[in-house]
Design a protein around this ligand. Structure first.
Ligand SMILES: C[S@@+](CC[C@H](N)C(=O)[O-])C[C@H]1O[C@@H](n2cnc3c(N)ncnc32)[C@H](O)[C@@H]1O
Length: 295
């Protein structure tokens, strides 16, 4: 399969790419959100874990993680990372993508359910249909549980400005084209820039969007790292600080390279007999930032 082949090829160098300053800034923003939004002890399903950077973070923060990815080369690196992490035994891995996950979970889950589903840095931009996410959320997520999605945004401010400045207007809106393709390790990967409305539709009325963060709004996307390094360090530091301030502002939060959203399963929804009592994840509520979200 094209996508899996691409990520197998990317896997050996992924951590180098993810170690650049612009990417690390985005990673720190999402980890700060995970810390606010997810509590130690939670049982988390992570979809598209890549080399396991978030898996390690969540396990080290005291969460129990089941992490999956369809790329064997990515998953091998997650397993190696967990083997050298003190909290690595809090996480297990599954070799599959979103499409096969409902079938795997039906055999695996034994009715225990999850407190959260996490998918970060565009893993679900690789899938055309988010329907399996809806099925998992309805069937395996406990009432009060959360879905935390880090998807590539459809209106990246930096990217639009960059292509405008380079006189390439056709690329300014490339994320809104229906047949978008992104080269990954030399392989053209079909990429789906999902609307918030699509996520809402697959999750259904039992879920409420309560947090929206723009990740990488005024700091450029990782592929512009080399140009970013030409900017003086004090300006880069100031910009990174500014990014953290504006990331939750309505409308501005739609302009990130990635958009991190949290969807909470309403407590009145009963799933396979899970009780709302005792399944609380106790999420900290920061006041809704979802008001500025674009459907
Ligand atoms: C950009 S990487 C992000 C990895 C990781 N979440 C992170 O934060 O670094 C995208 C990941 O999505 C995975 N992926 C591709 N297709 C997928 C699918 N259908 N279901 C789940 N994950 C998928 C890839 O194998 C890859 O590891």
């Amino acid at each position: 399969m094209t996508v899996t082949r691409a990520f197998d090829r990317l896997a050996p160098t992924y951590d180098v790419l993810a170690g650049g300053e612009a990417f690390l800034h985005q990673r720190r923003q999402t980890h700060a959100a995970f810390t606010r939004w997810l509590r130690p002890g939670c049982r988390v399903l992570e979809i598209g874990c890549g080399t396991g950077v978030d898996t390690e973070f969540l396990a080290t923060a005291g969460l129990r993680v089941i992490a999956c990815d369809p790329s064997e080369e990515m998953l091998i690196r997650t397993q190696r990372r967990l083997a050298r992490t003190a909290a690595g035994d809090r996480a297990t891995t599954l070799s599959c993508g979103l499409e096969d996950l409902p079938r795997f979970l039906d055999g695996l889950d034994g009715g225990e359910g999850f407190d959260a589903v996490v998918s970060n840095f565009g893993a679900l931009n690789c899938v055309r249909s988010l329907a399996p996410l809806g099925a998992i959320a309805r069937r395996h997520l406990r009432p009060g549980g959360a879905i935390v999605l880090g998807l590539m945004g459809r209106a990246c401010l930096w990217e639009s400005c960059y292509f405008a400045a380079r006189g390439r207007p056709s690329l300014m809106a490339r994320r809104r084209q229906p047949d978008a393709v992104v080269p990954v390790a030399g392989v053209d990967v079909p990429t789906f820039y999902h609307r918030t409305r699509e996520v809402r539709e697959v999750l259904g009325a039992g879920f409420a969007l309560d947090q929206v963060l723009g990740v990488g709004v005024v700091v450029p996307p990782p592929y512009l790292e080399a140009r970013w390094q030409q900017v003086p360090a004090p300006i880069r530091r100031f910009t990174a600080g500014l990014d953290c301030v504006v990331s939750s502002w309505p409308i501005v939060n739609q302009l990130g390279d990635h958009i991190l959203t949290r969807w909470v399963k309403r407590r009145e929804v009963q799933t396979r007999g899970f009780k709302a009592e005792g399944s609380s994840t106790g999420f900290e509520h920061e006041g809704s930032t979802a008001g500025g979200s674009r459907a």
